[in-house]
Design a protein around this ligand. Structure first.
Ligand code: PHE
Length: 342
C-alpha cells in the first residue's frame, strides 16, 4: 500500500492527477480512510499496532502529496519564467500618427488671434433656412445676389411645407443667430463650412469661412481697420501689413469694402507685407440697419462692423499652396509635402 501510493504521487504529472491520488488514498472513500474505519472492528491488541502504523502511513502520504504539489508548482513557475518574457529594452514598432489638417490648423490660429482681441466663437447650422441665409441679411427672394451664390437647395417632398432650407452659402447667417441669442453689445467670430456650386483650381463646392461681428454703441470702420490689420500681422507673422479698402457692395453691409493685402510674388513665392501686388482676402462693412433689426437689435442704439474671409484661402496664402482642391483630397503625399503629415 505504501509503495503503491508513494509511486503514484511521484508519477502525478499535474495538480489534477495529484488530486486523484489524494482522493484514492485519503479521501472520504479513500483506501486508507476505509482502513482507518476498520480499526473499530479490531481487537485492542491488533488496534495498538495497526492504529499508529496507519496514522504514520497517512501522514507520510499526505506529506508526499504536499511535497509533490510544491514541486509541480515550482516547475510550472520555472516554465512560465522561461517562456513568458518581455524584452523591455526592445525598440517599439513605429506607428503612423495622424496630424492636424491645414484647414483645422489655420482655423485654430485664426480663432486664437481673435480670442486675444476679445472675440468669442459663435456657431450656426450648415443646413440653414433661407431666411437666415438670405432674407435676414437683406437679400430678399428676387435679389440678384441669390443667383450669385450658386446655392445648394435642400430637397422637399411634395406636401412638406417646412420653410425652404439651403446649405449655407456663407457664415453671415451666424451674425443673425448670434445677435438673436446674445443681443448687443457683441463681439464674435464664426468659423465654419460653407457651400457653393463651384469647382476649379481656387474653388471647391465646400469651403471654410470665418465671420467676424462687433456691435457696440460707436463701433466704426476705423475699429474694423485696426482689427483686420492686427489680425493680418499676427496671422502672417510680419512686422507690418498694408491693407487696401476698396469700396464694394454687399446687401448686408453699408458701406461695404473688400480688403486687399499688399504682397509680392517673388520667384513664384508669395510674400505678404511688401511688394506691388494686392491680394483680396475678405469682404466687410458696417452692418446694415435692416440686418440689425432682423436680428432684434435696435439700429438707432447700436452699430458695428462685420467681415467674412475664406479660411482655405488664408491657408493657401500662408503656406504657399496653389491648388485649393488638394485640401480636400486627403492625399498623404500632398499633406507631407506641405509638412502637415509625418
Ligand atoms: N458673406 C460675404 C461673402 O461670403 C462676406 C462678408 C461678410 C461681407 C460680412 C461683408 C460682411 O462673400
Amino acid at each position: 500500500l505504501r509503495s503503491t501510493y508513494l509511486a503514484r504521487v511521484a508519477d502525478a504529472a499535474d495538480a489534477a492527477a495529484l488530486e486523484e491520488v489524494r482522493l484514492a488514498a485519503l479521501g472520504k472513500k479513500g483506501e486508507i480512510s476505509l482502513k482507518m474505519r476498520e480499526l473499530g472492528k479490531m481487537t485492542p491488541e491488533e488496534r495498538q499496532t495497526a492504529g499508529p502504523a496507519l496514522n504514520r502511513l497517512k501522514d507520510e502520504i499526505d506529506a508526499a502529496i504536499r511535497a509533490r504539489k510544491t514541486a509541480l508548482e515550482d516547475a510550472a513557475l520555472d516554465a512560465r519564467l522561461r517562456d513568458e518574457w518581455l524584452d523591455v529594452t526592445m525598440p517599439g514598432r513605429p506607428r503612423p500618427q495622424g496630424t492636424i489638417h491645414p484647414v483645422s490648423q489655420v482655423t485654430e490660429e485664426v480663432t486664437t488671434i481673435f480670442a486675444d482681441m476679445g472675440f468669442a466663437v459663435a456657431e450656426g447650422p450648415q443646413v440653414e433656412s433661407d431666411w437666415f441665409n438670405f432674407d435676414a441679411l437683406n437679400i430678399p427672394p428676387e435679389h440678384p445676389a441669390r443667383q450669385e451664390h450658386d446655392t445648394f437647395f435642400m430637397h422637399r417632398a411634395a406636401g412638406d411645407d417646412r420653410p425652404p432650407h439651403v446649405l449655407r452659402t456663407h457664415t453671415s447667417p451666424v451674425q443673425i443667430r448670434a445677435m438673436q441669442e446674445q443681443g448687443a453689445p457683441i463681439r464674435v467670430i464664426a468659423p465654419g463650412r460653407v457651400y457653393r456650386m463651384d469647382m476649379d483650381q481656387t474653388h471647391t463646392p465646400m469651403f471654410h469661412q470665418v465671420e467676424g461681428l462687433a456691435i457696440g454703441r460707436d463701433i466704426s470702420m476705423a475699429n474694423l481697420k485696426w482689427v483686420l490689420e492686427e489680425f493680418c500681422r499676427a496671422f502672417f507673422e510680419v512686422e507690418a501689413v498694408e491693407l487696401r479698402f476698396r469700396a464694394s457692395h454687399f446687401p448686408f453691409t453699408e458701406p461695404s469694402a473688400e480688403v486687399d493685402i499688399r504682397c509680392s510674388w517673388e520667384g513664384g513665392k508669395l510674400q505678404i507685407g511688401q511688394g506691388d501686388s494686392w491680394m483680396e482676402i475678405l469682404g466687410s462693412g458696417m452692418v446694415h440697419p435692416k440686418v440689425l433689426e432682423a436680428a432684434g437689435v435696435d439700429s438707432t442704439q447700436w452699430q458695428g462692423f462685420a467681415f467674412g474671409m475664406g479660411i482655405d484661402r488664408l491657408a493657401m496664402l500662408k503656406y504657399g499652396i496653389p491648388d485649393l482642391r488638394a485640401f480636400f483630397e486627403s492625399d498623404l503625399r500632398w499633406l507631407r509635402h506641405y509638412g502637415f503629415a509625418a
